[in-house]
Design a protein around this ligand. Structure first.
Ligand SMILES: [Zn+2]
Length: 202
């Protein structure tokens, strides 16, 4: 317990249950990776939860409400999933934040999660240019257009296939753009792993 918890009691970021960063019930909304069949990405896209209920609350609390300690939980979920997706050694490429979002959040939230994954190398090699609009309210083709030409690979990751890591897949635009940018730099993406899928798990 840190000193702040004496003043502001710790509550589960998913449901508000007292004395948990994330309570067992909310943690249990994340499971093994499920192929969510997002068209046009190339490599398979796997999700650990539906973007709904407690899983969505945990992601939003981490991303938008400063609950940074949740990175340890997400890192553990990813570490459990990786052996089911790709052979060792694992290189994680976090989907990039815009420079503005990273500034507001005190760093890239996906890099923070990737760095919490035991046994994986983190290669934050993708860069997202400024000028990308928030994708909320855009349809799939507008999301693709929004990202076109704005993603670049700033240096080569370690050799061998990588796993692209993101928080939520909706239209698949980010995954498509990231995989395409990596492919253009001759980086093979073995799989895309997202914490949550807003496209529905099948
Ligand atoms: Zn909870």
């Amino acid at each position: 317990m840190n000193l702040l918890n004496l003043v502001v009691p710790l509550r589960c970021a998913g449901c508000g249950a007292p004395d948990f960063e994330a309570c067992p019930s909310c943690v249990a909304s994340f499971g093994p990776p499920v192929d969510v069949r997002v068209p046009g990405v190339g490599p398979p896209v796997y999700a650990l939860a539906d973007y709904h209920g407690a899983a969505r609350e945990l992601v939003l609390a981490f991303k938008e409400r400063g609950r940074r300690a949740l990175a340890a939980w997400f890192g553990a979920f990813v570490a459990v999933a990786l052996p089911m997706l790709a052979p060792r050694p694992w290189t994680l490429v976090p989907a990039p934040s815009t420079p503005r979002a990273a500034r507001l959040r005190g760093g890239s939230h996906m890099v923070r999660i990737a760095e919490s994954v035991h046994g994986a190398t983190v290669a934050p090699v993708l860069r997202l240019a400024n000028g990308v609009r928030d994708s909320v309210g855009l349809d799939a083709s507008a999301r693709d257009a929004n990202l076109r030409g704005r993603l670049s690979v700033r240096r080569a990751p370690p050799s061998g296939p990588v796993v692209l890591l993101d928080d939520v897949v909706t239209s698949g635009a980010t995954a498509r753009a990231c995989v395409a940018a990596l492919a253009a730099s001759r980086v093979d993406v073995a799989a895309v792993l997202v914490l949550t899928a807003a496209v529905g798990l099948h």
